[in-house]
Design a binder for this molecule. Structure first.
Ligand code: APR
Length: 237
């Protein structure tokens, strides 16, 4: 019987969303109790929210950065994605603003929605800086004296890494999607951009409408372990 999960891809793109980090203790967005049930997007994640009340936006991202810095650790699924690099070419494209893929050892990680552990000058050059610790104070400034905003992509903003993500898909023979409700464009459009011949696998415990491909209805760590066994039979986890 043909393996429905296919064979080890030659060039794999792994596309992850909030569900990838759920088992690390990072909140998801649209699931029950998720971030967008507790906060209104328009209060904390738009350019207008920043213009209206930058302290509130700063507090929101401080809360999330604190969870990431003080509590979250990569889980077995993050580590399996990193270990796949020993066997094939792997590019990670993530909607997540955490650094859990990097901490697990993945070496090619593209962040579509920015990074929590970076801040950006609100001055004309918009320079991005790495940020130590979790707290950004309202009085913190870039070297040129401008206030610092989170280096994330807000609703209504361009996704500067989108063309880079599309480029990563070129000549990929498989796309592995993990833990995303696929409701946010343009990220959801990545699936449509995949070559027709490419194998698509979705790992997510929820019911998600999928045009084509295989849906492994499992958590990230369980689904990735299943894929590892199918792609690398006999190779210890
Ligand atoms: N393993 C895998 N998937 C999981 C797990 C888990 N343990 N727990 C939950 N999920 C799945 C949910 O079933 C859901 O499909 O993760 C998905 C999370 O969906 P969302 O909360 O909508 O997150 P995401 O798809 O990443 O959102 C995209 O929206 O608000 C923005 O910028 C934010 O990057 C985010 C984007």
């Amino acid at each position: 019987m043909a393996n429905r999960l296919g064979t080890l891809p030659r060039k794999l793109v792994v596309f992850t969303g909030a569900g990838m980090s759920a088992e690390s203790g990072v909140d998801t967005f649209r699931t029950p109790g998720g971030i967008w049930q507790r906060y209104a997007v328009e209060d904390v994640a738009t350019p207008e929210a920043w213009a209206r009340d930058p302290d509130r936006v700063t507090d929101f991202y401080n809360m999330r950065r604190r969870q990431l810095v003080e509590e979250a650790m990569p889980h077995a699924g993050h580590r399996l994605i990193a270990q796949l690099e020993e066997h094939t070419e792997v590019r990670v494209v993530t909607q997540n603003v955490d650094d859990l893929h990097e901490r697990a050892g993945s070496s090619h990680v593209l962040h579509l929605h920015g990074e929590l552990r970076r801040v950006r000058s609100t001055g004309p050059d918009a320079t991005s800086y790495p940020w130590e610790g979790w707290e950004v104070r309202p009085t913190d400034r870039c070297p040129a004296g401008y206030r610092l905003r989170p280096d994330v992509v807000w609703f209504g903003e361009e996704v500067p890494n989108w063309p880079v993500a599309l480029h990563a898909l070129q000549d990929a023979d498989a796309l592995l999607v993990v833990g995303t409700s696929l409701r946010v464009y343009p990220a959801a459009g990545l699936l449509e951009a995949m070559p027709a011949s490419a194998h698509i696998t979705l790992v997510d415990p929820d019911e998600i409408p999928l045009q084509r491909g295989v849906h492994l209805q499992a958590t990230a760590s369980e689904g990735l372990a299943e894929l590892w066994k199918a792609w690398l039979p006999g190779m210890p986890l």
